[in-house]
Write a protein that binds this ligand. Structure first.
Ligand code: ZN
Length: 356
């Protein structure tokens, strides 16, 4: 029986009351209570979309990249700045002292979600490559870059392993800086270093465990803007499938020439890898119809073997907790369209397979 899996990326916009409390610096206990309420509501609404695999909507995360620093005394402001096309920016922190340890691991999100659902859960974690950017260019006395990278790989392995032990069905490594790296270094040298670093983490896992691991790439998605959509996708795709994971969650719906990207994916993807293509555009508020999603899946099926095809959203809907550019209503409507459209395509493709 043909089955085309469909999975979210991770984040869902937080409720307004929660964002208000965070940006106005309300007491931690008040924010925690609002987060708990947001989490329960998110899980109920996720299940109502018909999605067989869900996330916690990242309702408890500060952002997809900063959660390991929540409560940390090792970092200071002033790290790498990431500029978005609309003129706004986000900035990473800098590591002030070693040895580097996560102050917060993602398995706590799995545990909180598990209390509220029996559905399979996917958990997103941040890549070792993104976190490698917090080491200062001038170095840290007594704590070399090599020592930092060794600690970093250990910590990222621990983050993933704890999520699997907490019962996550899938763990997705967020690698949004993959495409961005080609803007900063068009030669692809930095991208290769990033891929090698992520593989040092993935190689700690057995081949069977790696079938539950995945990687997500996109041109960024914050305040309905991107940081690297102007970088040619082909440069990233040519290297990406060297990653030692079983699943690839690729932004596609917002690409101006999807067929060109699909042809590139076909050229570079390898046996045993499953490609989840983005069928909903998270930076455009117009909700796709299930029929549009169906047609995008049928288009992708011309390029990707059915046994290796899945669908996803182009990105999380709010990777940073204070992003109000998309409403929860729009996000869940898009998720519902993705689930329904994928099922429509699955039926058509199953019938075609029978006729053959
Ligand atoms: Zn993304």
């Amino acid at each position: 029986m043909l089955h085309i899996p469909t999975e979210p990326i991770g984040s869902v916009p937080r409720p307004d009351a929660l964002i208000d409390a965070i940006v106005s610096g309300r007491p931690a206990a008040e924010i925690a209570a609002l987060q708990e309420r947001a989490l329960s509501d998110t899980i109920q609404r996720f299940e109502a979309t018909g999605s067989t695999l869900i996330t916690d909507g990242e309702q408890l995360k500060s952002s997809f990249v900063t959660y390991p620093f929540d409560g940390s005394d090792q970092i200071v402001p002033g790290g790498m700045r990431i500029d978005f096309a609309d003129g706004h920016h986000r900035q990473l922190p800098l590591l002030a002292k070693g040895p580097f340890r996560f102050a917060s691991y993602a398995d706590k999100y799995v545990a909180e979600a598990r209390k509220r659902t029996r559905s399979p859960i996917k958990q997103a974690v941040i890549s070792a490559s993104a976190l490698s950017l917090i080491y200062p260019a001038e170095g840290i006395p007594g704590y070399s870059r090599e020592a930092f990278l060794a600690d970093l790989v250990n910590e990222c392995e621990k983050d993933i392993r704890r999520c699997l032990q907490a019962g996550a069905e899938k763990v997705q490594i967020d690698f949004t800086e993959g495409r961005l790296s080609l803007k900063l270094d068009p030669s692809g040298g930095v991208l290769q270093q990033f891929i090698s670093l992520i593989n040092m983490v993935c190689d700690r896992f057995s081949p069977e465990e790696r079938t539950t691991l995945g990687v997500h790439v996109c041109p960024g998605g914050d305040h309905d803007s991107t940081h690297s959509a102007d970088v040619d996708y082909a440069g990233l795709l040519a290297q990406l499938f060297q990653l030692h994971v079983g699943n690839f969650y690729l932004q596609l719906a917002s690409e101006p020439d999807r067929r060109k990207v699909l042809a590139t994916i076909k050229q570079y993807m390898q046996p045993g890898q499953r490609v989840f293509i983005g069928v909903t555009d998270v930076i455009n508020d117009r909700v796709e119809t299930p029929e549009e999603v169906r047609d995008r899946v049928l288009e992708a099926a011309e390029f990707i073997p059915l046994a290796q095809l899945g669908t996803t959203d182009d990105c999380g809907f709010s990777p940073f907790c204070d992003d109000r550019s998309t409403t929860r209503e729009v996000a869940f409507s898009k998720i519902k369209a993705r689930v329904e459209g994928t099922r429509l395509a699955e039926q058509i493709l199953a019938e075609r397979a029978l006729v053959r």
